[in-house]
Design a protein around this ligand. Structure first.
Ligand code: 2HA
Ligand code: ZN
Length: 270
């Protein structure tokens, strides 16, 4: 059996959450990440017959039965993951009935997965339906995106168009746009269901006055999505109170579509 701390998925996860912390997106125990793993990869590092504990997930996700996830722990600080991954992260396998999770590794102080696990699992199901290659769901609290939800219309088309106008890269990186949920109580199945529904049409879902969810095929892509949206929001918060003299026009957006072979969300450009 190989040392799990050398597994590419573990190395990438530790680097990613550390970088999220350094970006200021994950104060205290803020944020959570789940990465779906292939059984073949897990088997090189773990005895898949050895279940440490089994705990209820609080919801039913039959579609994910037998799937493995590397998931951040509830109440844990991203700041500390690099120093003690086995305490702050865990690997779980969804049980056959889809209602429980077998803990296969980690949460070494008796902890468990993030309180946002329902939103993560439901989002994985939703994204896998539209993109079988999706592996990551990521949640965090980037300051400028949050700030924007206090001063900008929460209409999804308006919110997306503003971000696209803030840097040339935005429409190229997230042509599917940004969906938005109004403030809702976090950690509940209700916000999980609402998030998953929004994930069917975009890989980014803003939770007003709370943060953002991103989904993608790997940690880099998902981190990059949030990073780019947050950059757009940062520019917006720098200029929103100033007279707007220039912008990126819809005509220019169409040039970007052609140059980078992307298609803007239907009906979002003139
Ligand atoms: O894990 O970010 O939304 C803490 C949170 C809850
Ligand atoms: Zn949060």
């Amino acid at each position: 059996m190989k040392d799990i701390m050398t597994a590419p998925f573990m190395v990438e996860m530790i680097r990613t959450v550390t970088e999220m912390y350094r970006h200021g997106w994950d104060e205290r125990n803020g944020g959570n990440v789940s990465l779906m793993l292939e059984e073949a990869d897990v088997q090189e590092y773990l005895d898949v017959k050895n279940v440490i504990r089994t705990i209820p997930t609080g919801f039913k996700a039959q579609e994910l039965s037998g799937k493995y996830f590397l998931v951040t722990g509830t109440g844990k600080y991203f700041k500390n993951v690099q120093y003690d991954a086995a305490k702050n992260l865990g690997i779980v396998r969804i049980t056959e009935d889809g209602e429980n999770a077998d803990i296969m590794w980690g949460y070494s102080d008796g902890g468990q997965f993030t309180s946002e696990f329902p939103a993560h699992m439901m989002s994985h199901v939703a994204r896998l339906k539209v993109d079988p290659e999706n592996r990551v769901v990521m949640h965090c609290h980037p300051a400028n995106l949050l700030a924007m939800t206090y001063v900008h219309d929460l209409d999804e088309k308006a919110f997306t168009r503003t971000l696209w106008q803030m840097c040339t890269e935005c429409i190229v990186v997230f042509p599917d746009g940004v969906n938005v949920l109004p403030w809702m109580l976090c950690g509940t199945n209700e916000i999980g269901i609402a998030t998953a529904e929004k994930m069917e049409t975009a890989r980014l879902v803003v939770w007003a006055q709370h943060g953002i969810y991103g989904a993608g095929k790997d940690l880099d892509e998902t981190f990059g999505l949030i990073e780019t949206a947050e950059k757009g929001a940062e520019i917006y918060m720098k200029i929103a109170h100033l007279p707007l003299v220039n912008t990126i026009t819809d005509e220019q957006m169409h040039l970007l579509e052609g140059r980078f072979s992307v298609k803007a969300r239907e009906g979002y450009l003139e």
